[in-house]
Design a protein around this ligand. Structure first.
Ligand SMILES: C=C(O[C@@H]1C=C(C(=O)O)C=C[C@H]1O)C(=O)O
Length: 422
């Protein structure tokens, strides 16, 4: 049993909050592109790793007294639901109940919530946190220089694309498999995760900015993709799939968008995602609404076909059941899901860990938001491992898919190294 104390209506800025957070070993930052949702948390009181079932069992036994509206668990699930031996790279995910959490209120001010075992220690810690925020040095973004860059088994990956195409053609039930590859880079000095997070907001303002740092490892993502946001029985999700580069002029950019809208392969990849998300939500007895014509979602380096999906959940919905049903969508897994996951397991040699998996916050009052951890990297000291995937369908060509993954590395490369690099 824990006790929660809050202080509302504070005027704070993000660089101040990031500076205080950076003095703690374990921390989590989450914001949407409009910066209307912001969660920062540090100092785990209790934590867990693992599958949807495990996190649910852990979450269900947490009890908090006080203004529990302001409490949440923070973290990410692993892409794979089976446990992995590779614990160093956050491969089993990580969730924690933060002792200190700062969140943005609807009016732009902030609320701090502190959770402790007694009211007195919570009160004391709240005071100390306010003092730390008052006196914090402002943290600035930092640019690094790339020392080395290694595409992990790029040739084997291209061969894997060809094998997958052959498998899709052979087995008529298999329609799409998303294959990911890795890029390893090193920098001239150790990455400071919060400063990389500040870079992400500058470099890719139109995406989410997420950071999860545990022990010596940080996961950072500039994802454009929401998996699901729920507010009691209302939900918002989206299909983001189908990719084209951005143009260098307005005309070229619009032309690339029009081509993407008209391209059969991309439209088909997109439709698999929309149809599967809608069907999954309907199996959960949700009422689902969306337009049948996709929009274009523009990010700095890429544009995507995009269909927002909204609706109402059944009265007995549970966040964990919903997440387990949705993850992975065919934008990261494939169609049919289990067959696609089997092919992914054969072609990719390492677990994806937090890549492509749900990461976000869940309150104790049936609200929360989880995004898909793409355009991401795992940082350790001066090294970063980036992941990017592409949807393989029957007409896929290895070279084009390789180029698409190269494009999807760009947001994170620019976050780490600035505009000039790559
Ligand atoms: C797999 C990634 O992106 C996903 C796949 C996309 C596609 O196949 O077109 C587009 C957006 C994402 O849903 C990635 O960025 O690594």
């Amino acid at each position: 049993m824990y006790v929660l104390k809050t202080q509302r209506d504070l005027k704070l800025n993000v660089a101040q909050i990031a500076a205080v957070a950076s003095t703690h070993e374990t921390r989590f930052f989450f914001e949407n592109s409009q910066q209307t949702t912001q969660y920062f948390g540090w100092q785990p009181l209790t934590s867990t790793t693992g599958s949807f079932d495990r996190v649910q069992a852990w979450f269900t036994q947490l009890t908090i007294e006080g203004d529990t509206e302001m409490a949440a668990i923070l973290g990410g699930f692993p892409f794979e639901q089976e446990p992995s031996d590779e614990t160093g790279a956050l491969s089993n995910g990580f969730f924690f109940l933060p002792a200190v959490m700062v969140q943005r209120q609807a009016d732009g001010r902030f609320c701090i919530s502190v959770i402790q075992e007694t009211a007195a220690t919570a009160e004391q810690m709240l005071k100390e946190t306010l003092h730390q925020l008052d006196t914090a040095d402002v943290l600035l973004p930092a640019q690094y220089h790339m020392s080395t860059e290694t595409a992990v088994a790029a040739d084997a990956w291209a061969a894997g694309v060809q094998e997958t195409v052959a498998e899709i053609k052979r087995d008529r039930t298999l329609k799409k498999v998303v294959l990911a590859r890795q890029l390893r880079v090193t920098a001239d000095r150790r990455f400071a995760p919060e400063r990389v997070w500040l870079n992400a907001r500058q470099q890719n303002p139109e995406a989410y900015h997420v950071l999860l740092k545990v022990n010596g490892t940080a996961f950072i993502s500039n994802t454009p993709e929401r998996l699901i946001k729920f507010d009691h029985d209302q939900f918002q999700t989206a299909a983001v799939a189908g990719t084209a580069p951005r143009g260098t002029t307005k005309e070229q950019d619009d032309q690339l968008a029009t081509q993407l809208q008209r391209d059969d392969k991309n439209q088909r990849e997109h439709r698999y995602v929309v149809d599967t998300i809608a069907a999954t939500l309907r199996t959960q007895q949700a009422v689902v609404e969306y337009d049948t014509t996709p929009q274009i979602l523009k990010n700095k380096n890429v544009q995507h076909l995009y269909t927002p999906i909204t609706g109402t959940l059944a009265s007995n919905w549970s966040p964990f059941t919903l997440l387990a049903a949705l993850h992975p969508t065919p934008a990261l897994g494939g169609v049919p899901r289990n067959q696609a996951l089997r092919v992914i397991g054969q072609v990719e040699h390492e677990p994806r860990g937090l890549f492509g998996a749900p990461i976000g916050y869940l309150t104790f009052h049936q609200t929360g938001e989880f995004v898909v951890g793409i355009r991401s990297a795992v940082l350790r000291q001066a090294s970063a491992t980036l992941f990017a995937g592409a949807g393989i369908v029957s007409e896929s060509v290895a070279e084009t898919e390789l180029a698409e993954t190269q494009l999807k590395f760009k947001p994170m490369l620019q976050t780490l190294f600035g505009e000039d690099e790559k």
